[in-house]
Design a protein around this ligand. Structure first.
Ligand code: PAF
Length: 299
């Protein structure tokens, strides 16, 4: 028994921590031999409640849940962003433990990427728009690490937050089909009461940046609701005008894209199949968000 770090109560700390991939493979094999299912939640650490909701889904739907923490250098197109990525390892493992996660995998970089293991994946063009336009190489780097995790862990189900919707669609359509019987689950974005999407990067925001970044969600909601009624050019201009009034924020892009193909809205079709996607800076911190009609009633 041990102190849980948050209050006076005590909890059993039973989460296993593995660094070595061969030990992890052996453990997963023994679990699967018992006919048990494995859920997997990959993360880059600096955990928040959004991550915990992925763990919660994993626990509900599987016999054991594995989380990983690895800040994947391949998916950062900006070295400063990589160097400054928040790291809170002790807090993270305590949070996972208290959430009921069974196993934490902290991979050794050389084992994750043995010589010759890095590949170019066919991402079906889903990596071209939006984040792909602004973060060259990001999705290939992400695809490589997720592929290696799937290869090592062989999970039955893997969980991804819909805040990174483009990432979710790429994994579901291009990486998961390379593994048999792997189910990819998208989990709704968790938001602060202000509407701000939870993100590890939020811990870098000042109070006024946070306050202004929180207004973006309401703007996304309003603009998405008008898709099909107003021309996309008009909606975009209104968004640009709103950003001009927030001196702490700088808009990078806003796009309306179909939720399976990510094809841009061309003033025809059913707007309900489309999502609004945005990237912006709050000071030096880059944030992304997106919203679909199915989520309008959630907050
Ligand atoms: O979404 C993330 O945190 C990362 O892109 C992931 C899926 C853990 C891969 O590094």
């Amino acid at each position: 028994m041990a102190y849980n770090g948050f209050g006076k109560s005590f909890v059993y700390l039973s989460m296993k921590i593995f660094h070595s991939s061969s030990e992890l493979v052996a453990h997963v094999e023994s679990v699967k031999k018992l006919g048990q299912s494995v859920g997997f939640v990959p993360t880059m650490g600096a955990l928040h409640h959004g991550h915990l909701s992925l763990i919660e889904s994993g626990i509900k739907e599987n016999d054991i849940t594995i989380a990983s923490i690895f800040i994947n250098p391949l998916q950062f197109n900006n070295e400063n962003d990589f160097i400054n990525y928040p790291q809170t390892p002790d807090r993270d493992s305590l949070m996972l433990q208290n959430a009921g996660c069974d196993l934490l995998y902290l991979p050794i970089k050389e084992e994750l990427y043995p010589p010759g293991s890095i590949q170019i994946f066919d991402l079906h063009g889903l990596d071209v728009p939006m984040e792909g336009r602004h973060r060259p190489g990001h999705f290939q780097g992400m695809a490589n690490v997720v592929f290696r995790f799937f290869q090592i862990i062989q999970p039955n189900r893997a969980y991804f937050g819909l805040k990174d919707y483009q990432q979710f669609i790429i994994i579901k359509n291009c990486i998961a089909p390379l593994f048999s019987k792997l189910e990819i689950k998208g989990v709704h974005t968790l938001r602060e009461s202000s509407g701000l999407a939870m993100s590890s990067r939020n811990m870098r925001l000042t109070d006024s940046q946070k306050q202004q970044a929180s207004c973006v969600y309401r703007l996304l909601k309003t603009q998405l609701n008008q898709l099909g009624e107003k021309k996309v050019g008009v909606l975009t201009k209104e968004i640009e005008a709103a950003f001009k009034a927030w001196e702490e924020l700088r808009l990078e892009y806003v796009d309306f894209a179909e939720e399976n193909t990510l094809a841009p809205w061309k003033e025809k079709g059913d707007p309900k199949q489309f999502r609004i996607f945005i990237a912006f800076y709050a000071g030096e911190t880059r944030l992304i968000d997106n919203l679909g009609f199915g989520e309008l009633s959630l907050y």
